[in-house]
Design a protein around this ligand. Structure first.
Ligand code: ADP
Ligand code: VHF
Length: 371
């Protein structure tokens, strides 16, 4: 899919709905949700398999409990609000879908469900089975148990990771803006960017992390992080204006929104690795090593100039250049203290320091993804 007009070509689609669309002044927008359900139903009749990622639990629950909104809310309030709002949210989807003879299936995930390979595969299997049965998974973060360390914090990245896990070919982020603008859309000179063929630093600089509605969690910046995950996984991601009467049908008819084109298709395992969000440590490498990594080499101890974090063998680490640019991420072959003792050393010195024959690399290229 290269533009929204091609949406019908899509085989499996993740549709993410932001809080500001579903909730207005603490109340659900039921009529809007019914029209969205109607749009989803017509996509299904075209043979497109659907997965929904829905925000809104915290906004619904906070209103019901009379808790503070937006930035003034702490984690404990958000967790309590989510526990109350999620029941309501599930009921809303179930009711709207029932009007179109569709069955909603709730799945609540935490970051770890997608960071751990075995749990990630379990999530994939459940989604697969639900789709086979004809149900539509409606996924949200399990906010009432997710603490800071195990939180996505925004459903944009959750949607991109779910798309990967489910083998979807496209993600639609329905927002309260028409897409990515070349600067904050409150600036009158801002122009909509119709297509992004590779997210460069210039593209990242367009987005601010503020959200105009006060309900959303990450603003445009979190959508761009989601688009980065998608583009590396070979998935097309589009941001469309969800405020329209009939949001998906409108965006397709007008061919309007921002489409982020997929950039590469690593194998499924590498794509999962590249999309992981919670590294346990960081390795800085010298310039020669950075060049070798870009050429496809493994990371050898000789090129490591800095180590931080208490990671263990098998943990995810970020690999940065000396200037702090993100180069790659991958799985460490050693614990952090072992890397510390062999960093910058040649193979013969490494054996002496480790007390055993060194492994072939600190991060092997088969377990590394360039970013
Ligand atoms: N360059 C930009 N282009 C579009 N929107 C932007 C940009 N920079 C910041 N934003 C803000 O991001 C908001 C969308 O994010 P958010 O409110 O979190 O949406 P949602 O609730 O749909 O997830 C927009 O309403 C806008 O205020
Ligand atoms: N999981 C949270 C939503 C988090 C989120 O990403 O919100 P939004 O930016 O409105 O999509 C909830 O259900 O309230």
């Amino acid at each position: 899919m290269r533009s929204l007009a091609d949406l019908h070509q899509c085989r499996r689609l993740v549709v993410k709905v932001g809080s500001a669309l579903l909730v207005e002044q603490g109340q659900p927008r039921v009529d809007w949700l019914d029209r969205l359900a109607s749009n989803l139903h017509s996509l299904r009749t075209q043979g497109i398999e659907l997965i929904v990622v829905s925000s809104g639990a915290i906004a619904l629950g906070a209103a019901k409990l009379g808790l503070p909104d937006g930035g003034r809310r702490n984690l404990a309030d958000a967790q309590a609000a989510a526990a109350v709002g999620q029941i309501e949210l599930a009921r809303l989807w179930s009711n709207s879908f029932a009007g179109f003879e569709m069955t909603a299936a709730q799945m609540l995930l935490t970051l770890e469900d997608l960071e751990d390979r075995r749990r990630y595969l379990n999530v994939s299997a459940t989604v697969e089975r639900l789709i086979e049965t004809g149900a539509v998974p409606v996924i949200n973060e399990n906010d009432s148990v997710a603490t800071e360390e195990i939180r996505f914090g925004d459903n944009d990245r959750l949607a991109a990771r779910v798309a990967q896990a489910a083998g979807a070919d496209a993600v639609l982020l329905l927002s309260d803006v028409a897409g990515l603008f070349d600067r904050d859309p409150r600036d009158e000179a801002a122009q909509l960017v119709p297509t992004v063929d590779g997210i460069t630093p210039d593209v990242l600089a367009m987005a601010s992390s503020s959200s105009s509605s006060g309900l959303g969690s990450g603003g445009m910046a979190s959508k761009l992080r989601a688009a980065q995950i998608a583009e590396r996984a070979g998935i097309t991601l589009a941001i469309i204006d969800g405020t329209q009467e009939s949001p998906i049908a409108n965006a397709v008819a007008a061919n309007c929104g921002t489409v982020f084109l997929p950039q590469r298709t690593d194998g499924a395992r590498k794509a999962w690795l590249g999309g992981r969000l919670a590294p346990k440590g960081t390795l800085r490498v010298d310039e020669g090593c950075a060049t070798a990594l870009k050429g496809g080499a493994s990371l050898l101890a000789a090129g490591v100039v800095g180590i931080s974090g208490a990671f263990q063998r098998g943990d995810l680490v970020r690999i940065l250049t000396m200037r702090g640019e993100e180069l790659a991420q991958g799985l460490a072959e050693y614990d952090a203290d072992e890397v510390q003792s062999i960093a910058g050393k040649r193979a013969e010195d490494q054996a002496q320091r480790l007390g055993y024959a060194p492994r072939s690399a600190v991060v092997h290229r088969d377990h590394m993804v360039l970013l």
